[in-house]
Design a protein around this ligand. Structure first.
Ligand SMILES: *[C@@H]1O[C@H](CO)[C@@H](O)[C@H](O)[C@H]1NC(C)=O
Ligand SMILES: *[C@@H]1O[C@H](CO)[C@@H](O)[C@H](O)[C@H]1NC(C)=O
Ligand SMILES: *[C@@H]1O[C@H](CO)[C@@H](O)[C@H](O)[C@H]1NC(C)=O
Ligand SMILES: *[C@@H]1O[C@H](CO)[C@@H](O)[C@H](O)[C@H]1NC(C)=O
Ligand SMILES: *[C@@H]1O[C@H](CO)[C@@H](O)[C@H](O)[C@H]1NC(C)=O
Length: 476
């Protein structure tokens, strides 16, 4: 392709500079709905990113309902284990029975829901449960055997979102923290490109789907933490996901200039991805591929968002590359300059892919020989992989799990007996925790590590005292 005349290029550059100056003064995103709950915590928790999580009991816009008493439990991580990565992990709410949070919704529409699980006691890592939101099953038969944050993007079309925890028979459910935040409109569009072995085709209806975030990756860049992300996301480095790639076929780049978010654009804003994510990239040589592989559960449909921002070229129209997903050609001869019109201008493409038995998503950029440079032919700055819901009832399909609280609240004799039983299960867990606390206390006397005692009697349960671990290092 011929490049535009120099004067035209100059004016394009000028416009780009103006745009970036305007973007730098952009205001921070202020979500209409912003529930930040520290579950079971006695006091508000303030994270290093500045967000304040309030205790889940006695909060005006949140109501916790349960068919059994649910006192808050405080962290009793076994002695010698590393301190929790976040102050949010010091406490949890443990449910022995069906329980729900009613979260007031001021603006209907797409929301981000994050559930933090930090199993600090063996009883928690063994617990098996289901989580639903608005009658939709998000987590089925879930076990948090390792610390994890589950993030969902879901449409909410009621004034209250009911978040339900249902323990499996004989088990409990727990959660350490909950975030429900209004998502900016532009975060998920309606149209994507469906990539299959037969080719690529346009697909719509994406805005009605529910998404679970599996991977959020900044290519060749340092980890981006919620502190530096406009929507409090975490982006990890891509190094561990590179597969079948000869180091000679790529080059890592970083850029310290301005990212030119288009002024006034409804689609491409800092909330889609922050500057730091676009400032790094990996390029591919002409005639080579760079491939990333991501293990994913088979039998699902995925949204793959690939982010591009040409921070490596000296001029427009230098990059020409192919994009492959699971070996299928998703975009042929991709010309980023024609798509954006500017350098350092962020752009993304949403692909939809069905993963059957492979259980892996392989994404590749393939450099083309028609590129000007014999070094750099294509780039990738970031990528996100989200699992889509299987049915209109749940992420994993339909299961006969009663997510509706009224079902439990309307008590018959049987229900009454069940709630008594739940009380016993809870008592058992409580005894186990007290024993752990006692053991920890003994250990502490013996080796005097930096743990602090804290009196704690908020919440319905009036737990007399519990240990709190002072974190030394955090990820938030
Ligand atoms: C949950 O998983 C366990 C172990 O795999 C299984 O025994 C149980 O039946 C499952 N429960 C449901 C409701 O699928
Ligand atoms: C935020 O980003 C800046 C600039 O890249 C970096 O220097 C800083 O360490 C980051 N802070 C955190 C907490 O990640
Ligand atoms: C592209 O260039 C590379 C290196 O110069 C060469 O090995 C390869 O055969 C070329 N591919 C095509 C399709 O021309
Ligand atoms: C790049 O990957 C695609 C898809 O897997 C494959 O068809 C193509 O031959 C690869 N090109 C090179 C140069 O390895
Ligand atoms: C996913 O859930 C949404 C909302 O319940 C529904 O409209 C959509 O049809 C579901 N997707 C599939 C593939 O069933």
């Amino acid at each position: 392709m011929a490049s535009p005349p120099t004067s035209c290029r100059l004016s394009l550059l000028l416009v780009g500079v103006l745009f970036s100056a305007a973007a730098a003064t952009a205001a921070r995103f202020a979500p209409v709905d912003n529930h930040l709950l520290a579950c079971g915590a006695p006091d508000p928790v303030v994270l290093p990113d500045g967000r304040r999580f309030v205790p889940d009991s006695g909060c005006a816009s949140t109501r916790l309902r349960s068919s059994s008493p649910t006192p808050p439990l405080s962290s009793v991580a076994p002695p010698g284990s590393p301190p929790p990565p976040s102050p949010l992990h010091e406490s949890a709410r443990v449910f022995s029975c069906h329980a729900s949070y009613d979260l007031a919704v001021r603006r209907r529409g797409r929301h981000i829901l994050r559930l933090h699980f930090y199993p600090f006691a063996p009883a928690l890592s063994a617990s098996r449960f289901h989580v639903g939101a608005g009658g939709f099953l998000l987590l089925h038969n879930f076990t948090a055997s390792a610390p994890v944050v589950k993030e969902f993007l879901l449409p909410v079309d009621s004034d209250v979102l009911v978040l339900t925890f249902v323990p499996e028979a004989g088990s409990t459910a727990f959660v350490n923290a909950i975030e429900l935040v209004s998502a900016p409109e532009e975060l998920v569009g309606d149209i994507g490109t469906l990539v299959a072995s037969g080719g690529a085709a346009q697909i719509d209806g994406l805005s009605a789907q529910v998404f679970e975030t599996l991977y959020r990756v900044t290519v060749a860049g340092r980890k981006v933490t919620p502190f530096n992300d406009t929507l409090w996301r975490t982006w990890v480095n891509d190094g561990q996901f590179l597969v079948d790639t000869d180091p000679a076929s790529y080059k890592a780049w970083s850029f310290s200039g301005r990212i030119a978010y288009p002024k006034g654009s409804r689609q491409m804003t800092r909330e889609v991805a922050p500057d730091n994510v676009y400032r790094s990239a990996r390029s591919v040589r002409p005639g080579s591929n760079v491939t990333w592989g991501f293990p994913v559960p088979a039998g699902n449909r995925y949204l793959v968002r690939m982010h591009f921002c040409d921070t490596v070229s000296k001029a427009l129209y230098e990059l020409y590359f192919n994009i492959y997903i699971n070996g299928n050609l998703a975009v042929k001869d991709f010309d980023l300059s024609s798509a954006t019109g500017f350098l350092a201008y962020p752009y993304y493409i949403d692909f939809v892919v069905d993963v059957e038995d492979e259980g892996v998503l392989r994404l590749a950029i393939g450099g083309l020989n028609k590129s000007r440079s014999d070094e750099v032919s294509g780039i990738l700055n970031a990528l996100e992989i989200m699992r889509m819901n299987k049915t209109s009832g749940g992420m994993d399909g339909d299961f006969p799990i009663a997510l509706d609280m009224e079902y439990v609240v309307s008590k018959g004799i049987g229900e009454f007996a069940r709630s008594l039983l739940c009380g016993f299960v809870f008592a058992g867990l409580f005894v186990a925790l007290v024993m752990l606390v006692l053991r920890l206390r003994t250990e502490l006397r013996n080796n005097g590590t930096a743990w602090s005692w804290k009196a704690m009697d908020s919440g319905e349960g009036k737990l007399a005292r519990a240990y709190q671990l002072v974190p030394s290092k955090t990820d938030y």
